[in-house]
Design a protein around this ligand. Structure first.
Ligand code: G3P
Length: 495
């Protein structure tokens, strides 16, 4: 039964493993949440062992559920939360500190210095990114400066740096491989996305010894073999990509001009720009979408930090709902006369505002405000933020009239949210039948290399629509609501 592919999707709040058949049908899935650590306000960490153990556990559970063994799996593909930074001992495989998560703001002051001294232009030119603590470089610099003995050990070649993909690969191969793929490298702020290599000027700037860096490879290719003791037999790792790039692949957005938007903890909208790395004039990111056979394709990306996390806050922070799924019905029952707006800047604001000092704000509360209006404000905030991204993309890349947005991720299960999104974007929103596009994208990369999946065009033909949401809101109302959002953001950012 070889011809199945195992996808490992290591995300911010949970790890998932899925098994796909050769026709791209999901046949088994397992998921495990793991603890988030907040040692100080604005700091977010994960235990490296949690990342590894949830990966191993979910992979084994998925294989068991599928009734498959190692010999039935043609390849493993890895997708991962990006930017999250690990530093580990090459000998023991142990991390020298918790992973510093992409949301962590501890290096915001360092990034402010980079903006103030004019270094940001160089960073953007080389890496396509902005001087923000979101990316790995300042996190790695922090680890080297703050973990006792780390800098000396790094210089002596005893430590390895990696994003989660590299760390998992290293564990799966019992330390034999220290590699990443070009999509993950492009999120470190140390990688020249046009030359396709680590950048010596940036390594000097952040005082990163080259000896800690992983080798950068294609997103689809032979990455090594997972040791037999993990799955009862050896399995080749043949694909790797940052989760948002994997979702772009899983959504079959292979043609320039195609857009996908993924709603997990945050929201990440990527526009395929083909072989051209388009520089943004509206504070979007330029990033590697995929690298196959040494050929890179690029994307423009808008990243917002809080999407599903706003709903989680209603559930876990405020206790307003028991299940996230309740919010759609609440929002639908909200009072249309109450203009409650939530700016969910819980960890600052991402694209296109990039204000790491901003914090969340609620506007328009009255004595009559109930949880219904708060639920609507949380769901609407996701639509408004996505519109901010799409407007920036329209201005940067001149999107074709009628461009469709392919959506995925947990929040897309909410019909109410998807209809509001279509209304606010003024564009059709397509929800595919396979919602797990991140895992599918990782599986595709691995399966392409292993000969299980066909070339992109044939794979794209397997993409199937679940439901299209067409914009239906009157233009006047749409403009009024968006103007209200923009005013709320200006106030929140103190502008
Ligand atoms: O850049 C961060 C992103 O990769 C995280 O994605 O799905 O884990 O929230 P997710």
């Amino acid at each position: 039964m070889a011809g199945h592919v195992l996808a490992l999707d290591q995300g911010t709040t949970s790890t998932r493993a899925m098994v796909f058949a050769a026709d791209a049908r999901p046949v088994a899935a397992a998921q495990r949440e793991f603890p988030q650590h907040y040692p100080r306000p604005g700091w977010v960490e994960h235990s490296a062992e949690d990342l590894w153990l949830t990966t191993l556990t979910t992979a084994r559970l998925a294989l068991e559920e599928a009734g498959l063994e190692a010999r039935d799996i043609a390849a493993i593909g890895i997708a991962n939360q990006r930017e999250t930074t690990l530093l580990w001992d090459r000998e023991s495989g142990h991390a020298v500190h918790n992973a510093i998560v992409w949301q962590d703001r501890r290096t915001a002051a360092h990034c402010a210095e980079l903006r103030a001294d004019g270094t940001e232009a160089l960073l953007t030119e080389r890496t396509g990114l902005l001087a923000d603590s979101y990316f790995s470089a300042t996190k790695l610099a922090w680890l080297l400066d703050n973990v006792p003995g780390a800098r000396a050990a790094a210089q002596a070649g005893r430590l390895a740096f990696g994003t989660v993909d590299s760390f998992l690969l290293s564990r799966l191969t019992d330390g034999a491989l220290h590699a990443t793929d070009a999509t993950n490298a492009s999120r470190t702020m140390l990688y020249d996305i046009r030359r396709g290599d680590w950048d010596d000027d940036l390594l000097r700037l952040f005082r990163i010894p080259r000896a800690v860096l992983p080798e950068v490879r294609d997103s689809a290719g032979p990455f090594g073999v997972a040791a037999a003791r993990y799955f009862g037999g050896p399995v080749a790792v043949c694909g790797m990509a940052g989760d948002q790039q994997a979702a772009l692949t899983g959504q079959a957005c292979f043609q320039p001009g195609m857009v996908k938007s993924t709603y997990g903890t945050g929201c990440f909208m990527l526009l395929n720009t083909g072989a051209q790395a388009v520089a943004s004039r509206h504070r979007l990111l330029t990033t590697v979408a995929c690298q196959i056979g040494g050929r890179r394709t690029y994307a423009l990306e808008g990243a917002i930090f809080v999407a599903g996390a706003a709903v989680q806050w209603l559930r876990d922070g405020l206790g307003l709902v028991a299940e996230a799924a309740e919010t759609g019905a609440l929002a639908a029952a909200a009072d249309p006369e109450q203009p409650v707006v939530l700016v969910p800047a819980f960890v600052g604001l991402g694209a296109p505002h990039w204000d790491s000092e901003a914090r969340g704000a609620l506007y328009g509360l009255t004595r009559g405000t109930t949880r219904r209006e708060l639920a609507r404000a949380a769901l609407e905030s996701v639509g408004y933020q996505t519109r901010d991204l799409l407007e920036a993309m329209r201005a940067d890349a001149g999107l074709a009239e009628g461009t469709v947005i392919r959506v995925d991720g947990g929040m897309t299960a909410s019909d109410w949210s998807m209809q509001f999104l279509a209304d606010m974007l003024g564009a059709p929103v397509d929800r595919p039948r396979v919602a797990e596009t991140t895992a599918l994208g990782a599986a595709y990369l691995a399966g392409l290399e292993a000969g299980v999946f066909p070339e992109p065009e044939a794979f794209a033909a397997l993409w199937a629509l679940d439901r299209r949401f067409a914009p239906a809101m009157a233009e006047e109302r749409r403009a009024m609501l968006y103007a209200r959002w923009q005013t709320a953001v200006r106030r929140t950012c103190g502008r």
